[in-house]
Design a protein around this ligand. Structure first.
Ligand code: C2E
Ligand code: SIN
Ligand code: SIN
Ligand code: FE
Ligand code: FE
Length: 669
């Protein structure tokens, strides 16, 4: 069974900017069984949208709890009532038989009930009665609720699961009998949607509504899997409801019941909400807070892609970034082809696309306009862009629906493109089109995340500029050397952390710090004369003594900063020439020598990445080595110069090394 919430507001519809997230429509819930039996509960204003989502023919059931206007007013504009190919079974509480004739015509509505075009069959239901409907013999049982006017609740058993809905229902605080009755009704519910208009702090006794605290209490011991609190008080803004959601997260809940605030258009199965984010209006703020912890581009892109895919249920996605007037393929996920934990390998793909209207991503970058394509293989012949199926051809993947939105930097310029691929229908796992709601969400997410990306790029440019100012070696070589050492160190770290089963969250954070901190390892060379740095041939003993001081010098520069990265960069700058056997250095003399695990982990990692890069690269004093000679050297020095466990990690990531070197080549001048 699947539940969709079409209206979650109580008393009167309240569409407004500050209710847009949770929604302003009044009570209406859809239940669809696995066999396709379609049932609605209550006919608040949400019923209009529900009807508009339906095809032009079909059959459905509509159960009404009571005749308060917020539970019936949507009847007027329920599409199936007005279409000849629809059959609607209207189930009314037994005391409301008069309602249709009264509510249609009689000066209230232009068309009388018997003139409606739909095939409408009116039924009467009384408390404790059970109705069986549909091919799957769904059982709907009416239950009396506590309410000043008569009102029914409904319990549905279908697909080996139980749904419960109370329209209006007052559990008076401290009324133990009412609480026991509510617990009885909730018993065994996989999904219960209940009237929680109030909190204890604003409870109005006698208005026929409950507080969320009383429902949470009543649900304890009743075996409820998902408790969905609805009928939000009419004046409550999204921000006020977010505060309630915050309280729910920390409220005592020994049964582990999933407790949710109802949000218009949210859907549930007995296993919980689908998708499982987006249930509070501040989800994006909380996501951006998390994102701003990471300064590293790859980690940031990975998080953005993961979040964008979760909120759209996309099977795959790619981020392109603008670089030098082109689009660079920067990060990709594809659940059908590889796991998210492997995705980082593809971050070093050096593929580029021109910013021009003939590719999909190029079009979005060139125009700043989103594209929502139902099927990339059936594009309009008038569209300037074409789908590039090279990736599909190479991998056997089948791209169908695609949503592409621009990343915008702080000044509103396009700085990249977020491409989401194949939104999967939950049950069939087939590719279905992205909804307009998703286009909006993805645009907003990309716009906000774009400034985080731009901010990271700025941070990175600062690192470059520091390195450039240092005029380490040849200035044109500095950036790529630092990038490679950073990338290799980050990958060694990840391998090490995974082997040591560190939590994913910690790995992500540390990896992002190590990459940037390792880039700064040689910053102390700023204080070393070019005469020594660029000397062709071996250094004299005195020159080498001076050279060694670049470690201390770098550390003293970084000691003045205290952000998360500088603290780590300090350790790396000071200790990256230490040796595992204690024969290295951290300064021009031997007084600060360390050995083994006394050397900070990040420095042990960076020394492997640094020496590897020094060997691979031509220097004024030596020729370039081959990858395999360099790896052989590392292996030989394991236990001597290097931590053997980390050399093993380096060997295990060897497939990625050529990719990293292609991604960050030395620019020959
Ligand atoms: P670098 O060029 O970035 O090298 C970093 C480290 O890589 C070196 O630390 C060393 O451990 C390793 N390495 C580099 N080239 C070779 C090599 O040909 N063979 C072997 N076995 N290892 C190598 P080290 O020795 O402490 O040097 C620190 C920095 O001092 C070097 O940074 C470089 O800037 C400079 N340097 C070292 N030796 C010479 C030299 O003979 N001539 C010149 N001009 N500079 C040197
Ligand atoms: C495009 O956006 O059309 C090129 C990238 C891709 O094929 O995924
Ligand atoms: C979604 O709509 O976000 C998920 C796709 C589905 O369940 O059909
Ligand atoms: Fe160094
Ligand atoms: Fe170096």
């Amino acid at each position: 069974m699947e539940i969709t919430l079409w209206g979650v507001r109580g008393s009167i519809a309240s569409p407004a900017p500050d209710t847009a997230f949770y929604g302003g429509n009044t009570a209406c819930i859809e239940l669809r069984s696995d066999a396709g039996t379609l049932v609605f509960f209550d006919a608040g204003t949400g019923l209009r949208d529900a009807g508009n989502s339906l095809p032009d023919s079909g059959e459905c059931h509509l159960f009404i709890t009571h005749a308060h206007a917020d539970h019936i007013i949507g009847l007027w504009f329920f599409k199936p009532l007005h279409l000849p190919d629809w059959t609607v079974h209207l189930h009314l509480p037994n005391w409301l038989g008069y309602l249709p004739d009264y509510f249609f015509a009689g000066g209230v509505f232009p068309v009388s009930f018997h003139n409606l075009k739909g095939n409408i069959i009116q039924h009467s239901i009384r408390a404790h009665e059970e109705v069986r409907i549909g091919a799957d013999e769904m059982r709907v049982t009416a239950l009396p609720t506590c309410h000043p006017d008569d009102c029914l609740a409904y319990r549905v058993d279908v697909d080996a699961a139980r749904f419960f809905y109370s329209g209006d229902h007052e559990i008076k605080t401290n009324d133990d009998a009412a609480r026991a009755a509510a617990r009885e009704m909730l018993t065994g519910a996989d999904i219960a949607v209940v009237d929680a208009t109030y909190e204890r702090g604003d409870y109005k006794e006698g208005w026929g509504h409950s507080t969320w605290e009383d429902w949470v209490d009543a649900a304890q011991g009743a075996g409820v899997r998902n408790l969905v609190l609805t009928h939000h008080e009419v004046g409550k803004s999204d921000q006020e409801l977010d505060c309630v959601a915050q309280k729910l997260r920390t409220h005592e809940n020994p049964d582990g019941t999933g407790i949710y605030l109802a949000r218009e258009s949210a859907r549930f199965t007995p296993d919980g909400p689908i998708p499982d984010v987006c249930l509070e209006s501040d989800w994006m703020l909380r996501f951006l807070d998390e994102l701003s912890r990471y300064k590293d581009e790859n980690v940031t892109l990975d998080r953005i892609l993961a979040k964008a895919r979760t909120v759209t249920n996309a099977d795959a996605g790619t981020i392109f970034l603008v670089d030098d007037g082109e689009l660079v393929f920067a990060y990709t996920h594809n659940d059908s082809l590889f796991s998210v934990s492997e995705a980082y390998k593809y971050a070093y793909t050096a593929q580029r696309l021109p910013i021009s209207e003939d590719s999909i991503a190029g079009y979005v970058a060139a125009t700043g306009m989103p594209l929502n394509l139902d099927d990339v293989r059936q594009l309009s012949p008038d569209a300037p862009y074409r789908f590039n199926d090279k990736f599909d051809k190479n991998t056997g993947y089948r791209t169908r629906s695609m949503l592409a939105v621009p990343f915008l930097d702080i000044e509103g310029r396009v700085c990249g493109v977020l491409q989401l691929i194949n939104r999967l229908a939950r049950k069939t796992r087939q590719s279905v089109p992205f909804t307009s709601d998703m286009v909006y969400t993805a645009r907003l997410l990309a716009r906000e995340a774009g400034s985080v990306i731009a901010h990271n790029a700025l941070y990175r440019r600062n690192v470059y500029n520091i390195l450039k100012m240092a005029r380490v070696h040849d200035p044109s070589e500095t950036g790529p050397h630092a990038e490679r050492v950073g990338a290799v160190a980050a990958e060694i770290y990840q391998r090490w952390a995974e082997k040591n089963t560190r939590p994913q969250e910690e790995i992500r954070y540390e990896k992002s710090r190590i990459r940037l901190a390792a880039m700064l390892h040689d910053i102390g060379k700023v204080g070393i004369s070019d005469l020594i740095l660029k000397k062709r041939g071996r250094l004299s003993e005195e020159e080498y003594r001076i050279m060694r001081s670049h470690t201390e010098l770098g550390a003293s520069i970084l000691a003045e900063e205290t952000d998360g990265i500088s603290v780590l960069a300090y350790d790396i700058a000071l200790h990256h020439h230490q040796k595992w056997n204690g024969m290295g250095y951290a300064g021009s003399d031997d007084t600060r020598r360390l050995s083994g695990e006394a050397i900070p982990l990040a420095a042990r990692i960076t020394s492997i990445a640094d020496v590897f890069d020094a060997l691979i690269s031509p220097r004024s004093y030596k020729n370039a080595w081959t990858f395999s000679d360099a790896l052989t050297f590392l292996r030989k020095e394991a236990d001597q110069h290097f931590d053997p466990e980390l050399v093993a990690c380096m060997e295990e990531i060897h497939e990625m090394l050529p990719l990293i070197y292609q991604r960050f080549p030395d620019r020959t001048t």
